[in-house]
Structures are given as structure tokens and as C-alpha cells.
Design a protein around this ligand. Structure first.
Ligand code: COA
Ligand code: AMP
Length: 637
């Protein structure tokens, strides 16, 4: 590769066809593309139209045919079950081919959807790859979501088959999945034809004859399947992510563009070569898990790690160093919150000293802004580059990064560095005009987006247009606000919608408000994300009760907390709600969530000129103080 970031970047922007066409040569194609970038139906761009591929072939078979059959492809490291299990490329391919046979026996064909509700076990990876092998479209739902969220996704994706396991294991607790799955299927209007359940030793799920099938029993008789060639533009997966309402958005990923971009990114961004060990400490239910636990490392011929544990408590804050040392990890990718958790338990990094970390070369962080404290702590303790990079479920890979495999640029704290090759990032004002360097505005990406990004939302082109393309003509709206400095460094400051990031998990406060409003005693409510020293942000709720409600408000507060847990899931970490007489609003009735958040976070705030009754803010401030949030700083006069 050329050694200069600038040369690389310019080439990708001036001639995207040549740039991505060259990257695509690194992959296996049954038939090469007619067009690298197809702009016949703008603003819906397509990559590699006319090309025929199979992502699973590229992730497994290709490497076996090129002599990597005996190399370890996947290491399952599960401190919660005290298991370490390794799969070579040949073993992973064989398991995948047989599970593809199980799916075929259940009627799954190219284009059918298969929903996976799985914990972090190798069978989750096998099931994803088996779908890719058949050209079926997988949709993985994170295990921390409640049945209602699962039901919403079942309804939208209408899967023919659901694959699940008897339980997930969270630090110290076993969470039975099957009852959650049964509830979700009962709630959903779209009914899958069958469910395949992997029984874990910790809990056996009850299987209903004729509809639930045991993973191992089915595997014993299934016929291995070959890869099915699919169009490069065919969908590989749907991944649902929080939108601004309770209805999640089905982000679609294609086969061809995704494969090309991810394989390229493994070298260009993460500086990884075939045979090296890469670890994304995330979950297969999130985009990071899709891109960098499963597809990216395997497409590149690396060894990937599937870690079923937490940064702390499984068993201690040294587990990351143990995994790095034991499996000779070169690059780790995780969320800053994981490092904050480690730093909190082991501030001096003493546990690092127990392990040989000489193999470790770089730490990548994403999911939320890397706070300077965490950045400097990690840099000092690990003595390797700590790279903040910015991306979204929609984009599938980094919009901005310090591309270690091209040229390491100087780090500026608080910035994920510059736009990655392929991305033209601009800061726009509300009139679609670019603002000056250093001025905050809407971070937007000029169309077309590079390969590997979402071509649309599942069965919802109109929603795709509305959510991403309509506000800034000719641009993709990231819904992040920020600025770009004189040197081209991007700074991501906050979301422009109601999305919050809780421990690296993306959640909608609007979705939580929908749950709270459903409580029979609640007249009005507001949920907002406030600063949290561990999780980055956590949601808190304000309730206004209906006139005439005589019940103890604290009982109602407990009930709404429980409702969010039951309807959205424990992952929402919604633990605090309080009752107030009224909510602060503008004269036109808009709830001033931003002002409440500023008071909570102890930021300076202006009393909005349009507020209907400024006195309410005093009550809000007192309520926040009672919940443990600051509100000590006085408003600007
Ligand atoms: N299945 C079922 N429940 C789950 C779950 C899963 N897959 N994942 C999380 N949960 C539950 C947890 O058990 C917890 O429940 P509780 O309220 O009963 O304790 C709740 O959801 C919140 O979990 P979590 O966000 O993991 O918080 P935590 O307090 O247990 O741990 C951290 C805090 C920071 C250690 C943890 O969030 C973490 O490791 N974060 C890294 C995040 C990450 O990798 N994000 C991916 C983006 S790169
Ligand atoms: P998700 O779709 O869950 O990956 O969340 C995407 C959102 O997380 C982005 O829109 C940002 O708001 C936030 N985010 C991700 N990476 C970063 C980063 N490096 N810096 C700041 N915010 C980030």
C-alpha cells in the first residue's frame, strides 16, 4: 500500500471506481461486476452490480483452498463457562456447511430470512455464516433485548426460521432465552415455521414437538451444503438499530460491497494481515460484532476471538490482558466504557503486569466519544497507539479513523482523526451550507456512500429517504453533531436526535417514553440521557401523573422502571424515574429535554426565552439533586 494517508484518501474520492475496483480484486467472485458503482437509480446507489459472490465462501472456503485450512479461525474464550475452544478454518467451514444443511432441511432458501437470538457462543457465528452460505438473510437480535423488542423485529423481518439457545450467561447469572423467545413469538404476528435451539449445559430449554428442534440432533443427520452464488447486491443481513421512535430501523447490508470494504478495512484501518489475531470485544448482536468479530477478520484470513465475558467481574479487571496474552492478540477493538470499567477497578493497571502483552500492537475504541481520561490512561498503561474511530450501525465500518495500515497520523484527543478513504464528510448548517472549520453543525456525508454501507432499510425505501437523505440534499445525515478543524480532524460531539449511548449500546429515549406513557397513571413523561462515569450515558425519566391519581408516586416509579426492563430489556439500564408536578415546556408545548439534561449534567444553561413557566426548572433541579445529579451550577442570567 502507498504510505500516505492523503494520497490514499484523494485516490478514493477522485476515482472511487478505480479505488474500490482494485480492492475488490482481493476477493473471490464467481462472476465479476459489470459496474463498480451503479448510479442508475440515485439516490439509491449500488456497488458491484452484475457481480456474483458468496460471502461465506470468501470468509471460509477461500482460505482453505489457499492453504489456511489448519489455521485457527475462531477462538471461543468464555470465562463465564470456563471454556476455551478453537476452530480451524476447516472445522468452522465443516460446521457451517452442516448447519446450512439443517437450515435447508427446514426449507430455508436464498432470500429467506433467519432470525438469530443467540448468546456469545460459536454456534452464533456458525449460524450467521450458514445463512451467508445459502444466500439466506440473517437478522441477529441482541440477547439483552426483551420479548417485545424481539417481536417487533420478528414482525419486520418475517423469518422462516429462528435460531436460539437455551440460555445466555451474564456475569454470575444464567438467563433462560427460550421463555423470552416463546413470549416474543406469541406476541408477533409473523410466525416462523420452526425454531432450532442449541441446548447449553447450564439450562435445558423445553422443546415443543414439531416446532422446536434440537441443534445437535439436527446436525447429526444434516447434509453439508455448498455455497450458493448470490448477486453482489443481494442482502447478506438485516440488523435492527434504534431509531427516533420505538420502531427500530432494519439496516440492510449487501454481499459484494460489504465483503470488499471489510476485507480492505482490516489491512488499511486495523493494519491486520492474514494469520494474525484480532479481537473485537463486543457482541454478535451489534454491528461491531457483525463486522469485526465475524466477517472482517474471517474475510481477511485472521484468527478472531469470540469472548463471552465482561471487562470486569469475569473474574476480574485483568481478563482482557489474560485474553490478549494467552491468544497473542495483535489488535483489540472495544468501547471506551469497557476501559472505564477496568480503570475503575484497577486504576494503576496492576493486573496488566501479570501478563506478557508483547504481542499487543493497537487498541481501537468506538461506540461513543473516547474521553481524554480514558485515552491517556490506556496510552500510558498499554504503551500502544489508542485509536478512537467513529462509525454507526448504518455505515458498517469507520467513517473516520486513524488508518494504521496506511499511515498513522498524530492523535488529537477527542477526535476520531480524519475521514477514512471513501468518505467525504462535511459539517452543514440547517440550510445545507458548509460551515467554517471549527464551527459546530450537522456531520454529513456526501453521496454516494462507500461500499459496505446501508443501501436502504429493509422493505422501507421511503423510511431510508426520510431518515437519512431528505434533510440535507445530496448528503447522508449521520444524526451526529460536531465540527471539523483546520487540519481536517473530525470531532463528534453529540447526537442530533433522541438516541443515547449506554455502555456502548444504542438506545432511543423516545422508545422509552413510549413505554412510560403506557402506564395507566402517567399523563406525561420525558426520558433523557444524563452523564454517567461508567456507561457514558444512562437514561432517567420524569413522570407527571394523571389528575386524581392518589397512589404513592414511588410505587409508580418502580413500576415504570420494571416496564422498561420488560419491554425494551435490561440493556436499557433504565433505573431511575421521578415524579414532578409539570414538565418544563416551550409555549408551543415542546418539552425542554435539552435544558433538563444540561441541569443534570451540571452544564451552564440558558433559560429558553420561549419557556412557558421558568419556575418549573427549580422543581426539576431539586428532583435531579434528589436523584444524585448535580444541578448545582446556576443558569446564565
Ligand atoms: N443477554 C441478556 N442480558 C444482557 C445481555 C445479554 N446479552 N447483555 C447485557 N445484559 C443485561 C445485563 O445483565 C444487565 O442486567 P442487570 O440490569 O440485571 O444487571 C443489563 O443488561 C446491562 O448490562 P451492561 O450494559 O452489560 O452493563 P453492566 O453493568 O453489566 O456492565 C460494562 C457494564 C461497562 C462492563 C459493560 O456494559 C460492557 O462490557 N460494555 C462494553 C460494551 C460493548 O462492548 N459494546 C459494544 C459496542 S463496541
Ligand atoms: P451504533 O449505531 O450503535 O454503532 O451507534 C452509532 C453512534 O454512536 C454514532 O452515531 C455516534 O453518536 C456514536 N459514536 C460511535 N463512535 C463514536 C466515536 N468514536 N466518537 C463519538 N461518537 C461515536
Amino acid at each position: 500500500m502507498e504510505s500516505s494517508y492523503e494520497a490514499h484518501y484523494q485516490k478514493s474520492i477522485q476515482n472511487p471506481t478505480a479505488f474500490w475496483g482494485a480492492a475488490a480484486e482481493d476477493c473471490h467472485w464467481y462472476k465479476k461486476w459489470d459496474k463498480v458503482l451503479d448510479d442508475a437509480n440515485t439516490p439509491f446507489y449500488r456497488w458491484f452490480t452484475g457481480g456474483v459472490v458468496n460471502t461465506c465462501y470468501n470468509a471460509l472456503d477461500f482460505h482453505i483452498e489457499n492453504g489456511r485450512g489448519n489455521q485457527v479461525a475462531l477462538i471461543y474464550d468464555s470465562p463465564v463457562t470456563r471454556t476455551i475452544k478453537k476452530y480451524t478454518y476447516s472445522q468452522l467451514r465443516d460446521e457451517t456447511a452442516i448447519f446450512a444443511g439443517v437450515l435447508v432441511a427446514k426449507g430455508v432458501q436464498k432470500g429467506d430470512r433467519v432470525l438469530l437470538y443467540m448468546p456469545m457462543i460459536p454456534e452464533a457465528v456458525v449460524a450467521m455464516l450458514a445463512c451467508a452460505r445459502l444466500g439466506a438473510v440473517h437478522s441477529v437480535v441482541f440477547g439483552g433485548f426483551a420479548p417485545k423488542e424481539l417481536a417487533t423485529r420478528i414482525n419486520d423481518a418475517a423469518p422462516k426460521v429462528i435460531v436460539s439457545a437455551s440460555c445466555g450467561i451474564e456475569a454470575g447469572k444464567v438467563i433462560p432465552y427460550k421463555p423470552l423467545l416463546d413470549q416474543a413469538v406469541d406476541m408477533a404476528a409473523a410466525k416462523p415455521e420452526c425454531r432450532i435451539i442449541f441446548q447449553r449445559p447450564e439450562i435445558a430449554a423445553d422443546l415443543k414437538p414439531g416446532i422446536d428442534f434440537d441443534w445437535r440432533t439436527e446436525m447429526a443427520t444434516a447434509k453439508p451444503q455448498d455455497c450458493v452464488p448470490v448477486a453482489a447486491t443481494d442482502p447478506l443481513y438485516i440488523l435492527y438499530t434504534s431509531g427516533t421512535t420505538g420502531v427500530p430501523k432494519g439496516v440492510v447490508r449487501d454481499n459484494g460491497g460489504h465483503m470488499v470494504a471489510l476485507k480492505w478495512s482490516m489491512q488499511a484501518i486495523y493494519n491486520m494481515n492474514p494469520g494474525e489475531v484480532y479481537w473485537a470485544a463486543s457482541d454478535v448482536g451489534w454491528v461491531v460484532g457483525h463486522s469485526y468479530i465475524v466477517y472482517g477478520p474471517l474475510l481477511k484470513g485472521c484468527t478472531t476471538i469470540l469472548f463471552e465475558g465482561k471487562p470486569v467481574g469475569t473474574p476480574d479487571a485483568g481478563v482482557f490482558w489474560r485474553v490478549i496474552s494467552e491468544h497473542r492478540v495483535k489488535t483489540l477493538f472495544t468501547a471506551p466504557t469497557a476501559f472505564r470499567a477496568i480503570k475503575r477497578e484497577d486504576p494503576d493497571g496492576k493486573l496488566m503486569g501479570k501478563y506478557d502483552l508483547s504481542c499487543f500492537e493497537a487498541l481501537f475504541l468506538a461506540g461513543e466519544r473516547t474521553d481524554p481520561d480514558t485515552l491517556h490512561w490506556a496510552e500510558r498503561k498499554l504503551n500502544v497507539p489508542v485509536i478512537d474511530h467513529w462509525w454507526q450501525t448504518e455505515t458498517g465500518w469507520a467513517i473516520a479513523a486513524n488508518c494504521l495500515g496506511i499511515q498513522k497520523l498524530p492523535v488529537k484527543q477527542g477526535s476520531p482523526t480524519k475521514a477514512a478513504p471513501g468518505w467525504v464528510v462535511k459539517v452543514l448548517d440547517s440550510k445545507n451550507k458548509e460551515v467554517k472549520p471549527g464551527e459546530i453543525g450537522a456531520l454529513s456525508v456526501k453521496l454516494p456512500l462507500p461500499p459496505g454501507t446501508l443501501p436502504t432499510l429493509w422493505k422501507n425505501d421511503a423510511g431510508f429517504m426520510r431518515s437519512y437523505l431528505e434533510d440535507f440534499h445530496g448528503y447522508y445525515k449521520t444524526a451526529d453533531a460536531g465540527f471539523i478543524d483546520e487540519d481536517g480532524y473530525i470531532f463528534v460531539m453529540s447526537r442530533t436526535d433522541d438516541i443515547i449511548n449506554v455502555a456502548g449500546h444504542r438506545l432511543s429515549t423516545g422508545g422509552m417514553e413510549e413505554v412510560l406513557s403506557d402506564h395507566p397513571d402517567v399523563a406525561e413523561c420525558a426520558v433523557l440521557g444524563v452523564e454517567d462515569s461508567l456507561k457514558g450515558q444512562v437514561p432517567i425519566g420524569f413522570l407527571v401523573l394523571k389528575a386524581g391519581v392518589k397512589r404513592d408516586p414511588s410505587e409508580i416509579e418502580k413500576e415504570v422502571v420494571q416496564m422498561v426492563r420488560e419491554r425494551i430489556g435490561p440493556v436499557a439500564a433504565f433505573k431511575l424515574a421521578t415524579t414532578v408536578k409539570r414538565l418544563p415546556k416551550t409555549r408551543s408545548g415542546k418539552i425542554l429535554r435539552g435544558t433538563i439534561r444540561k441541569i443534570a449534567d451540571n452544564e451552564e444553561y440558558k433559560i429558553p426565552a420561549t419557556i412557558d413557566d421558568p419556575e418549573i426548572l427549580t422543581e426539576i433541579e431539586t428532583a435531579l439533586q434528589q436523584m444524585g445529579y448535580a444541578g448545582a451550577r446556576k443558569p446564565k442570567p
